[in-house]
Design a protein around this ligand. Structure first.
Ligand code: PLP
Length: 430
């Protein structure tokens, strides 16, 4: 193996005056305030936050109901150990179990999306007494030692190979047109499912505990599956006795127009992992919704995966208030305005040769670029990542100069739009 590259990977490491590190693609905005879909910076600029920070501030910034719930919890008790009961925690678990499309659901709390995915995989491997997990290429499941190994994103693969646990994960191709030779969505669904079955049979069904997938691609491309695909995935999991786990860290809590993205596919997984939108990112909180058989197994076996801050009462109080907000109009707002967002994006596709495709669901969309001269991506997405000189990054920078923030999913070929669920028609038009 070659020696690691020693060049600095973080803008933070170049600026020693800022005493913390952040990720290589971090922006340099100094954000101090927020209100609804807008944020303000220290130098008085205002931005329309069309990426909800990291696809997570679903209820918008400065939501008074969530703030009040956190303050109220703080006045009563800030922290209760995860081995004890707490009213906010039990209430939130009940609310989550009621809306999640999982049979006989109950909840195991965690702190971050990465840790929720790790807990789900620990539970799956213990329950199934099998070591492997299947994940898709072009997925993102987290950055911790285990979760990074579940991630199948070419832009982080080099990092994963150097730093993360890499055993136990096998990958399959997502139902993307570029992976198959299909002339219609139905054919794409069939080919992608046939390929998955081929992978399962070659890996050995008995060795596979779970299949973990985002229902609609997240940071590595906001791509929904073709109709019928997830029904075939569910059938294959049933046939080969593999647990189906939906990673809803981005797609949950109204983002795709339903409580959970997998709900828009009409499929019931065995587990759902969640984070981000559960509290609208006001307090870190995450977890796993598991079916009855899995939670019984957990209770009987006592798997030692607890965390000090799991199910933190402040997060649970925030989560209850955020769920009230989603229920009282925000999910309806997504359903109502998603067609307008899609129409405006399709106009871009029709008007600009460089916009090759737009895809997504609800309030989670990717705008994909190609070089009009060649029909190919401007840079090779398997190699490059986040090059500031490429035209895709330049459109993000242009938008930012004009007061709108987008995200860079697969950063060299796509911009991601994932606004707070409270945006209105004028925000979308802008
Ligand atoms: N899963 C998905 C689909 C994600 O998008 C993310 C983060 O963006 C994670 C898991 C990891 O969550 P966290 O960053 O809270 O650890």
């Amino acid at each position: 193996m070659s020696r690691p590259n020693r060049t600095p990977v973080s803008p933070g490491s170049e600026d020693r005056a800022i005493p913390h590190w952040h990720s290589p693609d971090a922006e340099t905005l100094d954000v101090t305030d927020g209100d609804g879909a807008y944020i303000q910076t220290a130098d008085g600029e205002e931005y329309l936050d069309f990426i909800a920070q990291l696809y997570c501030v679903n209820a918008g910034h400065g939501n008074e109901r969530i703030n009040a719930a956190i303050r109220d919890q703080l006045d009563r008790i800030a922290y209760v150990s995860s081995s004890k009961h707490n009213d906010a925690r039990s209430a939130l678990a009940g609310r989550l179990a009621a809306v999640a499309p999982v049979d006989d659901a109950s909840v195991f709390f965690s702190v971050s999306g990465s840790e929720a995915n790790e807990a789900a995989m620990q539970l799956a491997r213990s329950y199934q007494d099998a070591p492997k997990v299947l994940t898709r290429w072009r997925s993102y499941h987290g950055g911790t030692y285990g979760a990074a190994s579940l991630t199948g994103d070419p832009s982080t693969r080099a990092t994963v190979e150097r730093y993360a646990a890499t055993s136990g994960t096998a990958r399959f191709m997502p139902p993307l047109p570029e992976c198959f030779d299909a002339d219609a969505p139905e054919a794409l669904a069939d080919q992608a499912a046939d390929h998955l079955e081929w992978v399962i049979r070659n890996e050995g069904p008995d060795s596979i505990a779970a299949l973990l997938t985002e229902p609609i691609g997240g940071t590595s491309g906001a791509y929904p599956a073709p109709p019928g695909y997830f029904e075939r995935v569910r059938e294959l999991c049933d046939e080969y006795d593999i647990l189906l786990v939906a990673d809803e860290v981005i797609t949950g809590f109204g983002r795709c127009g339903d409580w959970f993205g997998i709900g828009t596919e009409g499929v019931r997984p065995d587990m759902i992992t969640f984070a981000k939108g559960v509290t609208s990112a006001y307090v870190p909180l995450a977890g796993v919704v598991a079916n009855g058989a899995l939670s019984d197994h957990f209770r009987e076996e006592g798997i030692a995966v607890g965390q000090t801050f799991a199910g933190h009462p402040l997060g649970c109080a925030a989560g209850l208030a955020a769920m009230d907000e989603y229920e009282d109009g925000l999910i309806d707002n997504v359903r109502e305005l998603a067609p307008l967002l899609e129409d405006r994006l399709r106009e871009l596709e029709a008007e600009h040769d460089a916009v090759a495709d737009v895809h997504g669901r609800g309030f989670h969309w990717g705008v994909e670029f190609r070089d009009p001269a060649t029909g190919e991506p401007f840079v090779d997405p398997m190699v490059e990542n986040g090059d500031e000189d490429n035209p895709v990054a330049e459109t993000r920078e242009y938008a930012r100069e004009h007061g709108v923030l987008f995200g860079g999913g697969r950063p060299d070929i796509q911009n991601i739009i994932s606004p707070p669920l409270c945006v209105d028609e004028s925000d979308i038009d802008r």
